[in-house]
Each structure stands twice: as structure tokens, then as C-alpha cells.
Design a protein around this ligand. Structure first.
Ligand SMILES: Cc1cc2nc3c(=O)[nH]c(=O)nc-3n(C[C@H](O)[C@H](O)[C@H](O)COP(=O)(O)OP(=O)(O)OC[C@H]3O[C@@H](n4cnc5c(N)ncnc54)[C@H](O)[C@@H]3O)c2cc1C
Length: 335
């Protein structure tokens, strides 16, 4: 279906992004990470290549989406052994690709798959790896990666000593953009002696009972913190979310308290959101939380303390008891 290219004949020196495909579908963060890479590519005069590992093109459901993405090229590695993600085999394919094509950068979305794969490849190739990067830029011709560090209390800028530069990029930290020009598609043929053997055998695949939440792409986010005081009060956020067609987010302490699942945590240890409206109830606004929501278009903070950092950074601060405000909002909006 696509033009076939042997691995050793592919163009060298590109910026490579890992396109995460699971059950035939592309993870949205694979499109998001192309946004900063395209910018780097223009500044460094490098092509951006999205690499997808799939079992076969016919079972891949997001081809149309790939046609609209801003990568210059899409490299598909197709093999039946790639039907299920297996760290060792996927890493081996990418290690071979790095060796053959000598990219200047190799980037992964910081999903669980990306976070499992990237360190394996870095280890195999003896490369530095910068995790959870939320900004990329060029300084003096070098790729500079920004991420919070030292207990997430300071923002660090890092330059890799090794090449290719490797990083995982935080989910939701970059907005997906689409292009007019369709990327070029290539099917990559691995060398004939490449071993497709994995130590892992997939015996059965059972999809998760619960659908993953859409926090990172939600237009409206209602987040709750310790100031909501109880799990019962926190649960009311879901009632409000239903009325507003919003997603519910949380701070780390309330996730750890068991008020809500950890996949709703916003911040450095969780998801980055950039909704049109973010409403934070009973949240102080610690840096570890705000790095995950500071790019929201309109921020509302409900707190009893007018000096709370989130109130100070909000476009609208409501000084009052969060559980009471929540009840009033639900009552009013349900009318
Ligand atoms: C390495 C590390 C990583 C971390 N990662 C994250 C992360 O990803 N995400 C995250 O959120 N946190 C993270 N944290 C924790 C972070 O530092 C803060 O402790 C946390 O964000 C605070 O949560 P909170 O705002 O719910 O609680 P608090 O800081 O306790 O704030 C509660 C707020 O509620 C207000 N309040 C109290 N009663 C009421 C009321 N009745 N009505 C209205 N307001 C009221 C208070 O005035 C206060 O401002 C991390 C910490 C570390 C060290």
C-alpha cells in the first residue's frame, strides 16, 4: 500500500517521534508532540518523522488522522508480532532504526507505553533521556528541554550530552495542530536477519472495563482539592461535570486520600490540561499542580483564602466555602 523502503535506505538525521498505536488506534498525544517538533524541525532544518509500529495497515483505524498530521514523513513498521505492545520487541525495532538512521532527536509521548519504551532504548544505546518535558526550544543550535525538577520545585532547562537527544514529552503539554500537506508514507522493511522474537507472550487481551477519561483534551475541567473536605463533597463534582459536559480533575492529596482515581490527577505527577475553562475548588495552587493547568484559557478559583496562589493566578476568584459554592452551582445550573 505504501512505498516500501529498507531500513538502511531511509533518510538520516531526522527528528523522530514515536506514534503510539494501541489496538489499531493512535494515541492523541502522538499528534500533540509533533507540534513542538515541527517548530524544532523548521529551526534546525530537519524533517519530522512519525514512526508507527503496527501489525498491518488494514487493521489500523487512524490512517485519515495521520494524513492530516504535520509530520513530514510517516514511517510504518508492519509485522504481525507488533500486534500487541511488548517493551523488548518494540525497543529492539526502534534501536535498529536509530542505529540505521542516526536521528538528531527521538521523542515519545509520556504515556505508560512511552515511559516504558524510552528508557529501554536509552539504556540499550547508552543515551541520556529527559523525562516529562513540557517545553522545547533551540538555543545556540542546541535542543533545550524544560521540565520541573528537584521535587518539582524548580523549572530546569536541560541540554543532552548525547545524540540523538531523547525525551518523553508530557501528555497534554502541547496542543495538536493539523496541516494542509499530507505527509509522505513509507513502509519500513526491517533487515532480513532482524529477530522478531520477544521474551513476552501475550496469551489474552482483555480491554479495561472502564473507558479512560478525556481530561487532557476536555474543554471544561472542574478540579477539586483538599478544601472540598470529604469524598462525598468531591463526588458532587461529577454532578456538576455532567451539567457542564466537563471532566473532573483533582490534586494529588485527594487522589492519595482515595476520593478519586489517580488518573484524574492534574499536575506534574499527573495530566496536563489546557481547557477553555478550568474551575478549581478548594485547591491551594501549588506549583506541582499549576504546571498542569496554567495554560487554561479562563481560570476560576474557589477558596476561603484570598491569598491562595490559585486565587491569585485566576481570572475570577470566588472567596467562599467550596462545598457550599458547589451545591449552589449545581442547583442553579440544573434549573
Ligand atoms: C514530587 C511532588 C509531586 C507532586 N505532584 C503533584 C501533582 O501532580 N498534582 C498535584 O495536585 N499536587 C502534586 N503535589 C502536591 C502539591 O505540592 C500540593 O501539596 C497539592 O497540590 C496541594 O493540594 P490541595 O490544593 O488539594 O491541598 P492544600 O494545599 O492543602 O490546599 C487546600 C486549599 O483549600 C482551601 N480551603 C480549605 N477549606 C476550604 C473551604 N471550605 N472552601 C474553599 N477552600 C478551602 C485552603 O485555603 C487551601 O488553599 C506534588 C508534590 C510533590 C512533592
Amino acid at each position: 500500500m505504501f512505498k516500501k523502503y529498507r531500513l538502511e535506505n531511509l533518510e538520516k538525521g531526522n527528528l523522530i517521534a514515536f506514534g503510539e498505536v494501541f489496538q489499531g488506534m493512535l494515541h492523541p498525544s502522538s499528534i500533540e508532540i509533533l507540534t513542538p517538533l515541527k517548530d524544532l524541525g523548521l529551526k534546525l532544518n530537519k524533517k519530522v518523522v512519525l514512526v508507527c509500529l503496527i501489525d498491518d495497515v488494514d487493521s489500523f483505524k487512524d490512517l485519515e488522522l495521520l494524513k492530516k498530521c504535520i509530520a513530514d514523513e510517516i514511517w510504518m513498521v508492519c509485522h504481525q508480532e507488533l500486534a500487541h505492545f511488548r517493551d523488548d520487541l518494540y525497543a529492539e525495532v526502534l534501536v535498529e532504526m536509530v542505529k540505521a538512521t542516526d536521528p538528531c532527536g527521538l521523542f515519545f509521548p509520556a504515556t505508560s507505553i512511552g515511559c516504558s519504551l524510552a528508557p529501554r532504548i536509552a539504556g540499550r544505546l547508552n543515551l541520556g533521556l529527559c523525562a516529562h518535558v513540557n517545553h522545547l526550544e533551540i538555543e545556540d543550535g542546541k535542543i533545550v528541554m524544560t521540565r520541573p525538577t528537584y521535587g518539582e520545585n524548580i523549572i530546569a532547562k536541560l541540554i543532552s550530552n548525547t545524540s540523538p537527544v531523547m525525551a518523553t514529552l508530557s501528555i497534554g503539554a502541547f496542543s495538536a495542530i493539523y496541516g494542509e500537506k499530507e505527509p509522505k508514507f513509507f513502509e519500513v522493511e526491517m533487515p532480513s536477519d532482524f529477530s522478531w522474537v520477544s521474551k513476552l507472550k501475550v496469551r489474552r487481551f482483555t480491554p479495561a472495563a472502564k473507558q479512560p477519561n478525556r481530561l487532557s483534551t476536555a474543554k471544561v475541567v472542574i478540579a477539586g482539592g483538599r478544601g472540598l473536605r470529604s469524598k462525598e463533597n468531591f463526588q458532587k463534582l461529577f454532578e456538576l461535570a455532567e451539567v457542564l459536559r466537563a471532566e473532573v480533575g483533582a490534586t494529588r492529596p485527594v487522589c492519595y486520600e482515595g476520593w478519586v482515581e489517580e488518573d484524574r490527577m492534574i499536575g506534574i505527577s499527573g495530566v496536563t490540561v489546557r481547557p477553555k475553562v478550568y474551575i478549581g475548588l478548594g485547591i491551594s495552587g501549588a506549583l506541582q499542580h499549576t504546571v498542569g493547568m496554567e495554560n487554561s484559557e479562563y481560570i476560576v478559583a474557589v477558596n476561603i483564602d484570598k491569598e491562595a496562589p490559585l486565587v491569585k493566578m485566576a481570572h475570577l476568584g470566588l472567596i467562599g466555602d467550596a462545598p457550599k459554592v458547589l451545591d449552589l452551582l449545581i442547583k442553579r445550573l440544573k434549573k
